[in-house]
Every structure is written in C-alpha cells, then in structure tokens.
Design a protein. Structure first.
Length: 364
C-alpha cells in the first residue's frame, strides 16, 4: 500500500473545546486525556477508578488538571445529569469492560457495561441542546473472524465469538441504529449531534498495566527477573502504538465536527500489514531492549481467542488522510524503553509520555 502524507491533529481546533472522555482512567483514556490537555482542551472524564493499583492515570498525575468524575456508565440517570452539566462539544466514549478473558468470567456484566453503557452515552448526548460530536470506540474484534490473512473492511460482517467481542459488535449495531433512527448521518439534517465509531485494538505503549495483556505481562516478568509465559505464540495481531489510533480518533472528531458526510460512519485504525506479527515475534522484539527469557505453555482449558486478526485501513487513509507513523519495531522500542526509563532510570511517567507524544507529532 502506498503511504500517504502523515497528518497530526490540529491543535488550534482543540483549544478551549469542552471534551468529555469516558474511560479516562484506563490506558488509552489516560493517554488521550494527556494529549487533549497538551492541546489546551477543557477536559472532563467519566470513569470508574482504575482497576489496577499500578496504573497510568495515577502515574501521569493529571487528576487535578481535568474535571474528574467517578461514575459507572450503567447508571443512566446520573450519567445523563453529568453529561448535561459538562455540556461537551465533543465526546470520546472509551469506557468499557475491555478484556476477552474477563468477559468469560462475567459475560452479563460485560454486555451491560459495553452495550447498555454505550446506549446510555448515546442517549445522554442526544439530550443536549447543542451540537455535539461523538466518537465511539469499539474494537478490531467486532468482525466475524474467519481466521484469514485478509484485513477486515468496515462493511464486513460483524460477529464475535466471545462475550467481549460480541458485545462490541452489538455496540456497533446500536451506534448504527441511533444514526439511522435519528437521521444522524444526513449532512443536511437538523439533528444536534453526529456520531462515528472507531475500530482499533491490540494497542501497546508505556503505562499499560492490565492483567492478561501481553506487554504488561512481559514487563512484569522483566521487572521481577522471571521467565515470560507465552500461551499462544502463533497468534497474530495488528500491533500498534497507542498514539496511532488516538491520532485517528482526534482527526476523525475534527472532520466530523465540521461535516457529517462522509465521516458519520465506522472507521478502522490499525497498522500497515507488515506490523501484523505473532505473539512470539512481539516478545522476541521486546527482549532486544530488555534482556529476558520465555517459555511456552498451552492451557488446553483456556477460553477461545482468535488466532489471526488483521484490519484494512484504506478507508481511514483516503477519507481522513490519517496514516500510521511508527512501524512494529519502533512501537516496541518506544514501549519497552518507556518502562525501562520509569523503572530503571526513575524518570517520571509524564515526562516519558510527553517525550513520546512530542516525537510522534514531530514525525512526518
């Protein structure tokens, strides 16, 4: 694929914009809140407290720089009240139960949070008496996975083997339904908000401490001088640095805020095909920057996870003029060095994150 011009979010667009991020205490949400603050947006966040004792939100120390609201998005009335009070110009909905493994343990809770939580956010935005742009984040796992090497396009069949993936596919159906039912995608309508969905996943980067994710698992082992357990060495994923999809979300919001067509729809955000690597290749690349060792152990009783998953990103490249900047090796290098800088050199998480952000926006 021919690589087009690499664009950045427009900082002037975000200055003094009232922006709500749901899930701002999570890994991606924390990075997004930091980026928005750097662009002088007025940031509010609605989320539960971080799941992990060690987490990026607390490490960045941005709690006092935003309107920080602890709230379960399943609480429809309180959510509506808070969103009406915030009165945002733009909403990024990231709050979710985000882990496949946990969805097997609590499938009903996963669906309640991901599907009904999304609908609650949709309805809350729809109640505003102003123009509002909503970017709803789902996942690359929304597609019916045929375990093929081709990248899934936005018009491919939705599916979802596990409760997490199926809940996110259901979110996509809900988002599409709200667009159709309330005529949101028509460029000449008088509706007061526009919505789009963004499908990305398998993001990596400094500050992720989630359970049952490969990079945090690798880093915890390296910090403790333990061998790394690899359960699914041949599983292939479209690995990308967290700043890649976040830049796509921001650019999509800018364009959708100005014009509904052709942006009020679904977009994939992923790496170029050469960054689709196996889990073993990912771990091998990590160990180039932080020495360690690993072993293989397959748990035959472990729940099903997809073996092969790729995304087609032509639509985002052509329609949004968005383009991945960092390849697989660069993304791994920056990710592992973030953890090394914080834990071996005692650098601050916010300095390391801002350094990554500066490098990303300067990279053309």
């Amino acid at each position: 694929m021919k690589k087009s011009q690499r664009s950045n979010p427009n900082e002037m667009f975000w200055k003094d914009k009232k922006v709500l991020v749901t899930g701002h205490t999570g890994f991606k949400g924390s990075w997004l809140a930091l980026w928005l603050l750097k662009m002088n947006a007025i940031v509010s966040g609605i989320s539960l407290n971080p799941d992990e004792k060690q987490n990026l939100f607390d490490q960045l120390r941005i709690k006092n720089d935003i309107n920080h609201i602890v709230l379960d998005i399943r609480n429809k009335e309180e959510l509506k009240k808070q969103i009406q009070t915030i009165n945002p110009d733009i909403v990024f909905h990231l709050a979710a139960q985000p882990l496949v493994v946990n969805s097997y343990k609590d499938p009903v809770g996963t669906w309640e949070t991901n599907v009904m939580g999304t609908i609650n956010v949709l309805e809350s935005i729809r109640s505003l008496n102003k123009n509002c742009t909503g970017i709803f984040i789902t996942t690359d796992k929304v597609y019916k996975n045929n375990e093929w090497v081709f990248g899934y396009r936005e018009n491919d069949e939705l599916g979802g083997y596990d409760p997490y993936s199926s809940s996110k596919a259901a979110c996509e159906i809900a988002i599409s339904s709200w667009r159709s039912s309330f005529d949101l995608y028509q460029s000449n309508n008088n509706s007061n908000f526009s919505i789009a969905s963004a499908r990305a996943g398998n993001v990596i980067g400094g500050g992720d401490w989630s359970e049952n994710r490969i990079i945090p698992d690798v880093v915890r082992c390296l910090i403790n001088n333990e061998k790394i357990l690899i359960r699914n060495p041949k599983s292939t994923r479209p690995w990308q640095h967290v700043l890649e999809p976040l830049s796509g979300y921001l650019i999509l919001a800018e364009k959708l805020n100005k014009e509904k067509n052709p942006y009020a729809t679904a977009f994939n955000f992923g790496p170029f095909i050469e960054s689709n690597k196996t889990v073993k290749e990912l771990v091998d690349e990590c160990l180039k920057y932080w020495k360690g060792d690993y072993y293989f152990e397959r748990n035959v009783n472990s729940p099903h996870e997809a073996g092969v998953l790729n995304l087609s990103i032509e639509k985002a490249i052509k329609s949004l003029e968005w383009n991945p900047k960092w390849d697989f090796s660069k993304s791994i290098e920056l990710t592992i060095n973030w953890y090394k800088d914080v834990f071996q050199d005692n650098k601050s998480a916010i300095d390391c994150s801002l350094s990554n952000l500066k490098e990303y926006t300067n990279d053309t």
